[in-house]
Design a protein around this ligand. Structure first.
Ligand SMILES: Nc1ncnc2c1ncn2[C@@H]1O[C@H](COP(=O)(O)OP(=O)(O)OP(=O)(O)O)[C@@H](O)[C@H]1O
Ligand SMILES: [Mg+2]
Length: 476
């Protein structure tokens, strides 16, 4: 994993890629250097020969509405600035603005459900197939592979397109008009240490949005979008480390914020550094599942011949976007055969019950709920396993969480420090926290310890990036 800022290659791509956000990181574009528009018409915000570098966002008024889309690993959100100049964060999921990035193929009614409806249908035991963490597949070869959905199979890519279509439909219902322009958020690294796959991830994201019906697409880094949102609440010049810790990635920007400059189209000079690492809440879920629940199914069990039982099935069951791999015929056969390795057969029985009942997502959802509960209260949070015939009810405890997440939290904090150091600073005025996992108790404590002089400001946990993307879109 790469806890430092983007390597030089990544920086080059950030400035060179036509279909990429075009606010270069920590470096000013020379005014003579043209900003390229992609062959597919994509462009980045606020730069380019056709733009007056001193133009303000308000100059965009009267143009088409640009939908800021935060396609998140766990939750997605969308926002736009309406014709009157007011920010509209779209109520994508009933009254809620964050919509779980989840698709459920209901086999009982042969319908497709999205967001919390998808989660509810799955968790209530409806027959069907749930997909979560689709963003984690961007940049991987799995995206082009087909997966069994009821009686037929679908390409993972086409499932992402379905999700985008639904997000577009719900946003249009709120806006009362067709939306064709999108400002897509992207993490600093979709994929760590692999520029080709990282570029592929962005290209795939854009292609999915295009197939869903968006014709004009641009990109902005998620932490910069979060910073633009925070700037609306700042009343004097502030150097901030903007921290966006979501389900899949932790992204950071050190940025000079000033309300007097917030309407300028080009903020390149204010962005002092950007870093990111591919660690987020879904990794915390995986680590907690492995430390808390999987041992009840045989993980780390020392079986016959004094050998630990093979662990791949437990790793699949603990990784949101890989859970389904544990249910393939081959994997099930392998798991069944494991019985001979177990000296405690009740553990193997429980493992098979989890696989045969396809309870992987449910288990991980229970662990996630316990993580959040323990993080909020600091108290033990029980993980209910009664559906697995396990009366022991393991708990996520503050101590257990601190221990299981120690290395991951340390990597995230190192990446945050790198962002400040890359900016040539030893400290910042404010650490602005956004993204669901920025509330994780041990992480907040570690960040505060690493940056004792900075004031920690808790921001909009879920809608901030989409709002920032809408600001960026209005300036593009
Ligand atoms: N109070 C809390 N404490 C710890 N974690 C939390 C809390 N509330 C939510 N989370 C976690 O936050 C994550 C979701 O955050 P968010 O919606 O910001 O992510 P995302 O935008 O979908 O992901 P990414 O930006 O990485 O693609 C989940 O992993 C969830 O478990
Ligand atoms: Mg996010």
């Amino acid at each position: 994993m790469n806890a430092a800022g983007p390597p030089q290659g990544a920086l080059d791509r950030l400035t060179a890629s036509p279909a990429r956000e075009t606010l270069p990181i920590g470096a000013k574009r020379r005014s003579s250097e043209p900003a390229s528009a992609g062959a597919d018409g994509t462009k980045g915000p606020g730069l380019g020969p056709e733009h007056d570098q001193r133009s303000t966002c308000s100059s965009k008024r009267g143009g088409p509405i640009v939908l800021g889309i935060d396609f998140g690993t766990s939750n997605s959100a969308a926002a736009f600035i309406d014709a009157s100049g007011a920010m509209q964060v779209v109520p994508l999921d009933g009254a809620r603005t964050e919509m779980p990035t989840a698709v459920f193929f209901n086999q009982e009614t042969h319908s497709v459900l999205y967001g919390s409806e998808a989660m509810q249908a799955y968790l209530s035991g409806t027959e069907g197939r749930l997909l979560r963490s689709l963003k984690s597949l961007l940049g991987s070869s799995l995206m082009e592979e087909y997966t069994a959905v009821g009686d037929h199979s679908l390409r993972y890519f086409d499932i992402v397109v379905l999700f985008f279509k639904e997000l577009k439909r719900r946003s249009e219902a709120h806006a009362g008009q067709t939306l064709t322009h999108a400002m897509l958020g992207r993490p600093v690294h979709f994929v760590d240490d692999n520029p080709e796959r990282d570029a592929l991830a962005q290209e795939t994201l854009g292609r999915a949005a295009r197939e869903a019906g968006f014709t004009d697409i641009a990109y902005q880094l998620e932490p910069i979008a979060a910073a633009l949102d925070y700037e609306q609440r700042v009343d004097h010049e502030t150097v901030a480390l903007v921290v966006d810790i979501g389900g899949g990635t932790s992204d950071f920007t050190t940025i000079r914020l000033n309300p007097a400059r917030s309407s300028l189209a080009d903020r390149t000079g204010d962005i002092l550094a950007t870093t990111g690492v591919h660690i987020g809440g879904t990794d915390f879920d995986r680590l907690l599942n492995l430390s808390t629940v999987m041992p009840h199914l045989g993980y780390r069990h020392i079986g016959r011949g004094n050998r630990p039982v093979p662990n791949s099935v437990f790793l699949d069951l603990s990784t949101w976007h890989l859970i389904h791999q544990a249910y393939t015929r081959k994997a099930m056969h392998f798991a069944k055969e494991l019985w001979a390795d177990f000296s405690d057969r009740s553990l193997h029985q429980r493992l098979m019950a989890a696989l045969e009942g396809q309870y992987g997502h449910r288990l991980l959802a229970e662990v996630e709920a316990a993580k959040i509960a323990c993080s909020i209260s600091g108290e033990d949070a029980v993980v209910q396993l009664d559906f697995l015939d396990d009366a022991s009810a393991p708990a996520v405890t503050a101590e257990g969480m601190e221990h299981a997440l120690r290395d991951a939290v340390a990597q995230v904090v190192r990446c945050a420090q790198d962002c400040v150091n890359l900016a040539g600073l030893s400290q910042v005025d404010v650490v602005y926290l956004t993204g669901g996992s920025s509330a994780l108790r041990p992480l907040v404590a570690a960040l505060q310890m690493a940056m004792p002089q900075a004031k920690l400001v808790t921001g909009n946990q879920f809608g901030g990036v989409a709002a920032g993307l809408a600001y960026a879109g209005s300036c593009a």
